[in-house]
Write a protein that binds this ligand. Sequence first.
Ligand SMILES: *Cc1c(COP(=O)(O)O)cnc(C)c1O
Length: 232
Amino acid sequence: MTDRREELSAGLEAVENRILAACAAAGRDRSEITLVVVTKHFPSADVELLRGLGVTDVGENRDQEAAEKFAHLRDREDLTLHFVGQVQTNKAGHVASYADVVHSVDRQRLVTALDRGAERAGRRVRCLVQIALDDEVGRGGVPAGSARAVADAVAEASHLDLGGVMAVAPLGADPAAAFTRLREVATGIRADHPEASWVSAGMSGDLEAAIGAGATHLRVGTAILGTRLSLR
Ligand SMILES: *Cc1c(COP(=O)(O)O)cnc(C)c1O
């Protein structure tokens, strides 16, 4: 266990140094950026170790795994739970019962289902509109041209708060160009919804490009926890 703690501590420190260097290069303040540690495929024991190392934001991408993992955590008021994976409409009510933030809202039906789930659970859920930055289907996200309609739906929902936007850089493309495009979409949404200030972008491989393009939230897994076993 101690060895694992040291591994995680070293991973966090390495990522922190990358964030600081990217902030310096972009003329940004470190305090503008929140690091979400994506713990998918890793056990709740790792989440406890990360908490002990000062991590306040963790991310998961599958409903069942997230629910089981977080059920084991006691007194999790100090932890913000981010759901970063695609949400099936029939799982949305459940996700809304424990997630504090859902990064992957990409259709009106999902907005309706999350809103109902949040109401049933007596809580509020912050939602980010996931933008598809390429034409690839199946990876989630709404085309940029339809993003405002989804954002409007979140803003109108009684139990949801519109936080901003999220994207995953397209495979094989220049992440800086993709994240610049994301910023343009974010700016368009903020014109109607000034509170929607979050830009969730950047993972282990491209966090510098994301910081350079104005990201406020990074979602980092591998660079902190190590390589995940392949999909279960
Ligand atoms: C897994 C995942 C991440 C973290 O990716 P790494 O490359 O391991 O840092 C970020 N965002 C989403 C949506 C993910 O599914």
